[in-house]
Structures are given as structure tokens and as C-alpha cells.
Design a protein around this ligand. Structure first.
Ligand code: NDP
Length: 272
């Protein structure tokens, strides 16, 4: 019987994780079964317990359960602890270990796949939800010159500033404070693209040779990426690379083998 894994979320039908892990399994020869589980929003714990009961070895956790997943762990990695959210669960003898691979996925995509080093760069993180929180620590570990966070609800950005200010120069601002500022990397970690909307970013925020990165994927050129192109950002990227890299990191946590990601990114982004 192959070891059993799954992604759990609500909704989950749109998830590309089963496809990605099937490809990792084929590529590495690791025999795994990987499904998608739709959990009712108020029955996450029961759905996880059922999966464990049936012999499940690990889960990827997606919206809206990453915080619940973190809270149910007996042991967590430093990066899950920093984010207070888990997207990867490992079921050990009587214990649940939680990890968060989102930030590592983003950083690997930006620095390795896109060849854009973060050290010394001015980085703007737009949004302060679960995804933003997950990438704060891994981005700060790359020692950018400054990490600015802007969010529609400013208090959430200030909370992140407080939480992470021991790890680097972190400044929270309201959108209108961004006027006159410019950045080498602007990461859209809001869900605005999901609704075809653009966060209220002022013009002129993209420095020469800057990268605009939208965590959203599968929506083509989002309003954020269109805005970035018009504003002179030199490089544009969607979140497909992050998605595949965070999956590879989860696969490594479970199986101890790092699969190749380039072929899978290409598979999911055939037009590139
Ligand atoms: P959350 O619901 O936790 O946070 C949503 C964030 O978006 C909040 O900061 C919210 O602001 C902001 N927001 C929502 N709508 C707007 C808008 N119209 N204008 C400005 N700000 C807005 O979501 P997540 O953090 O989990 O996910 C964010 C995005 O990242 C999603 O698009 C998701 O698909 C993507 N993602 C991609 C991954 C990948 O692997 N590529 C991995 C994880 C996430 P406020 O606080 O004011 O409500």
C-alpha cells in the first residue's frame, strides 16, 4: 500500500497539489497516494482525525485551516512557529508535527528560479493575511535592506511589524504612506486578484529593474501585474513557482527527497 497524503481545505476542488505531488512521486519513484479532502469549515479536526485513523501519513493544509492546523500540533518547526500557521502536517507515532513551507517556497522561487537576490533590497509586502505572515521570516532571513508591509486594515500590518521587528528592519504603513517610496520587489500577498481587484497602491512605487510578484496563480495577468507593467516593473511573476516550491518543500519534509520543480512549473505554466 502506498503511503497516503492529501491536501485538506474548503474549497479544495481547484487545488493543483494532487497533480504536483503525482508528478513528484513519478519523478522520484516514491510510491505515494495523494488526494484532496474537502472538510466542512467547522469540522477540520474531525476530518484530520478520520484521515489519521485511516492510516494517513501527512497533510497539506490550505485556506481556511492553516491556523487550526497550527493549533492542533504537538510539535512545530521554527518557521511554523513564526507564522503561527501550518500548511504541512506529519503524523508521527501519537504526535502531530507542523511545518510551514509557504515562505521557503516564495523565497526559493524569487531567488533561485527568478534569479532575484533579496539581500540589500527594498521589499514591499502588500497584505497582512496568512500568506504574508508565512513569508515574513524567510524573507527577513535573506537580509533585505527594509521590509515594508502595507495592508487595507493597517492594524494587522502593525501587528506583523511588532511580531517580526527583532528579525530585521520591518516597517508597517498605510497605503497612502507609500507615496514617493519605491521598491526593488513588490509582493502582492492580498487576495484582491482573486476578485479582479487592485490594492490601492500609489503610482511610482517600482524602482528600476524591479520585480512585481503576485502570489495569485492561474488568473493570467492580474490587475496587480498589469499595473506593475504600466508602472515600469521590469520583471513580472505569478505564484505558480511559489506553489510548486512550497509543495516540493512539503514533499521533502515527508519523504526526505527534494524533487525537481522546473519541469512541474513548466507543466503548470505551459505558455511560458
Ligand atoms: P487571507 O484571507 O489570510 O488574507 C487576505 C489579505 O488580502 C488581507 O491582507 C486582506 O486585507 C487583503 N485583501 C483582500 N481583498 C483586498 C482588496 N480588495 N484590496 C486590498 N487588500 C485586500 O488570505 P491569504 O493570505 O491566505 O492569501 C492571500 C493570497 O495569496 C491569495 O490570493 C492566495 O491564493 C495566495 N497564496 C498563494 C500561495 C502560493 O503558493 N502561490 C500560497 C498561499 C496563498 P485585510 O486584512 O484588510 O482584510
Amino acid at each position: 500500500m502506498p503511503d497516503h497524503y492529501a491536501v485538506i481545505g474548503n474549497p479544495v476542488a481547484q487545488s493543483k497539489s494532487p497533480l504536483i505531488h503525482a508528478e513528484f512521486s513519478r519523478q522520484t519513484g516514491e510510491s505515494i497516494r495523494y488526494d484532496a479532502i474537502l472538510a466542512p469549515v467547522d469540522e477540520f479536526a474531525r476530518a484530520v482525525a478520520d484521515f489519521r485513523q485511516q492510516g494517513g501519513r501527512g497533510l497539506n493544509v490550505t485556506v481556511p485551516f492553516k491556523l487550526d492546523a497550527f493549533r492542533m500540533c504537538d510539535r512545530v518547526s521554527g518557521r511554523a512557529d513564526a507564522a503561527e500557521a501550518a500548511n504541512t502536517l506529519v503524523f508521527e507515532e501519537g504526535h502531530i508535527f507542523g511545518d510551514n513551507t509557504d515562505g521557503a517556497g516564495l523565497v526559493r522561487d524569487v531567488t533561485s528560479n527568478l534569479g532575484f537576490p533579496l539581500a540589500g533590497k527594498r521589499v514591499l509586502l502588500v497584505g497582512a493575511g496568512g500568506a504574508a505572515r508565512g513569508v515574513m521570516m524567510p524573507v527577513l532571513e535573506r537580509e533585505p535592506c527594509i521590509l515594508v508591509i502595507a495592508n487595507r486594515t493597517p492594524q494587522k500590518a502593525y501587528d506583523l511589524q511588532q511580531r517580526f521587528s527583532d528579525h530585521g528592519k520591518v516597517v508597517a504603513v498605510a497605503y497612502h504612506d507609500l507615496r514617493g517610496e519605491h521598491f526593488d520587489l513588490v509582493i502582492n500577498a492580498t487576495s484582491a486578484s482573486l476578485y479582479g481587484e487592485l490594492p490601492p497602491l500609489p503610482v511610482g512605487i517600482f524602482a528600476p529593474r524591479s520585480l512585481a510578484y503576485d502570489m495569485m496563480y492561474g488568473k493570467g495577468h492580474t490587475p496587480f501585474l498589469q499595473f506593475a507593467r504600466l508602472q515600469g516593473a521590469e520583471y513580472l511573476a505569478d505564484g505558480v513557482g511559489m506553489l510548486v516550491e512550497q509543495a516540493a518543500e512539503s514533499f521533502f519534509v515527508w519523504r526526505g527527497i527534494r524533487p525537481r520543480t522546473d519541469v512541474v512549473i513548466k507543466m503548470l505554466r505551459p505558455e511560458a
